[in-house]
Design a protein around this ligand. Structure first.
Ligand SMILES: Cc1cc2nc3c(=O)[nH]c(=O)nc-3n(C[C@H](O)[C@H](O)[C@H](O)COP(=O)(O)OP(=O)(O)OC[C@H]3O[C@@H](n4cnc5c(N)ncnc54)[C@H](O)[C@@H]3O)c2cc1C
Ligand code: SF4
Length: 472
């Protein structure tokens, strides 16, 4: 613990954002770093609690009090080494993790948790600036070939871990570039894509081979892959979106969020791929249905494209402004979360349901909705309608895509339709086939995907060589 009285003397201060009026003119990141001294001060607030709940709040179990202490003592290089021992990609999580560690921080009892995510991001960014992050090339080769299907955070973390212990790793990705939802879902204003490119380069230098435009189950069969490799890891994400089957759903102008967001990310990066019919919010009344992260990303993107108005619908009632500190496990303390995209000018409606869409000449023009009670039943007399030229469905994802790879393999699924594998062995019902990330656990977070990729890599390494030095 760096400064014993730090938490008493220093107030919580986090990264600020550029003003909304400036940041919505482009798609660049807009957080302003705290700087070396500011980060050091915030690290000094960590109390190194006897039981650091942040450790288990963080899905990759980052050793948070340790790196806080190292930053306070100006040993950034050791802080980076410590951080990278648990997290392959801290510059990703330092930008886009919802930071469950901060909800778990003891100082959160006073609503002033340590700014853990900001400190993590600062350590990683410093590591890149100083040239401390370099390829870690395996000293010897095992001669074993591993196929990783999908280059999202789960696939990337697994591939990096496996290459570092000497396996010949091939990543098969159906898209033109690596990153999964880091690249095509999460907008550039939350995380610019050069962060992903840099890691891909590092991994290539570590011996990972990326095969783009390779759609397993379509351009190559999963069985062929299993035959030509010693192990196959399925890390294809949970890509089947939840639909809204109401009257008028088939009108033009109603799209899934993941038909809309990747187009903009491809425009920003100049990816030379046919994006199909452009879906644009410019000059339109936009309604985003779904109150989560994906919905926020649709808001920020619509605002940047020049929407006339943006509204977000959430079927759940509005949560309280402050969480109930007496909430106990396993309940999650609910509180109203306002994202940077909300601040950019969206109206939010809670406890509302969409009843139907109407339009003219085949295009949507109006959304018809109703207020609902706590059991989602329509409240009579609260029916309303709103202009809607573009409706974006952001109600989450139900499961992985079954057609193609999963059906090809005939792999067993769990009750929710995800690939069945436990969190120790990550083995599926098919010999030589493992699964990790959203494909195994269902729609989740980047940090969970990294954890599963790391753990699956260890399980595969153990199965192939009889033992593993990779951390669990
Ligand atoms: C719009 C949006 C915003 C989000 N924002 C956040 C956020 O801010 N913070 C956060 O923590 N989480 C966020 N999430 C969730 C997070 O992105 C995911 O939980 C995480 O990316 C899952 O990682 P994954 O590697 O399991 O799968 P994915 O990232 O989905 O990657 C799967 C990869 O597999 C490829 N693939 C699939 N099938 C095949 C096949 N048959 N052959 C070849 N390749 C295949 C896909 O093309 C993709 O590249 C967001 C999700 C969305 C949709
Ligand atoms: S990865 Fe997420 S939960 Fe873990 S320390 Fe970083 S911000 Fe916190």
């Amino acid at each position: 613990m760096g400064k014993v009285t730090g938490f008493l003397e220093i107030d919580r201060r986090d990264r600020k954002y550029l003003p909304a009026s400036d940041r919505i003119r482009n798609y660049r990141e807009f957080s302003i770093p705290l700087g070396e001294e500011g980060t050091r001060d915030q690290a000094a607030r960590c109390m190194d609690c006897g039981i650091p709940f942040c450790h288990s709040g963080c899905p990759v179990n980052n050793q948070i009090p340790d790196f806080n202490d190292l930053v306070y003592n100006d040993d950034w290089r050791e802080a980076l080494r410590n951080l990278q021992s648990t997290n392959n990609f801290p510059e990703f999580t330092g930008r886009i993790c919802p930071a469950p560690c901060e909800a778990a921080c003891t100082l959160n009892l006073e609503d002033t948790p340590v700014t853990i995510k900001t400190i993590e991001g600062a350590i990683a960014d410093r590591g890149w600036q100083e040239g401390w992050i370099v390829p870690e090339i395996a000293a010897r080769r095992t001669g074993r070939r591993v196929a990783v299907v999908g280059s999202g955070p789960a696939g990337l973390a697994a591939a990096q871990q496996l290459a570092r212990v000497g396996h010949e790793v091939h990543v098969y990705e159906k898209h033109a570039r690596a990153g999964g939802l880091l690249r095509y879902g999460i907008p550039d204003f939350k995380m610019e894509k050069h962060h992903v490119d840099r890691r891909v380069k590092q991994m290539e230098a570590e011996g990972v081979t990326f095969h783009y435009g390779c759609h397993v189950g379509v351009t190559v069969t999963a069985r062929e892959l299993a035959e030509s490799h010693d192990a196959v890891l399925l890390a294809g994400g949970a890509e089947t979106p939840r639909d809204l089957p109401v009257e008028g759903r088939d009108l033009d102008g109603i799209h899934f969020a993941m038909d809309f967001l990747p187009q903009q990310n491809r425009r920003v990066s100049g990816e030379n791929t046919d994006i199909g019919e452009p879906i644009l919010a410019s000059g339109k009344h936009v309604i985003v249905i779904g109150g989560g992260d994906t919905g926020s990303d649709c808001i920020g993107t619509s605002v940047r494209q020049g929407a006339l108005s943006v509204r977000q619908f959430e079927i759940m009632p509005m949560p309280p402004e402050k969480e109930n500190k007496l909430t106990t496990w396993p309940n999650w303390p609910l509180k109203l979360r306002t994202s940077s995209s909300h601040e950019e000018g969206a109206e939010r409606d809670f406890a509302v349901n969409t009843v139907r869409f109407s339009g003219s000449r085949g295009r949507v023009t109006r959304l018809h909705g109703v207020q609902v009670d706590s059991s989602f039943k329509a409240i009579p007399g609260t029916e309303f309608e709103l202009p809607a030229d573009l409706v974006l469905l952001a109600m989450g994802f139900v499961s992985p895509v079954k057609a193609g790879m999963i059906e090809d393999l005939g792999v067993a699924l769990d009750g929710r339709g995800n690939v069945k594998a436990d969190m120790q062995s990550y083995r599926t019902s098919i010999d030589k086939v493992w699964a990790a990330g959203d494909m195994r656990r269902g729609q989740s977070l980047v940090v969970w995907a990294i954890r599963e990729g790391r753990q699956a890599a260890r399980a595969i390494d153990e199965a192939l060589t009889g033992a593993s030095v990779l951390p669990r």
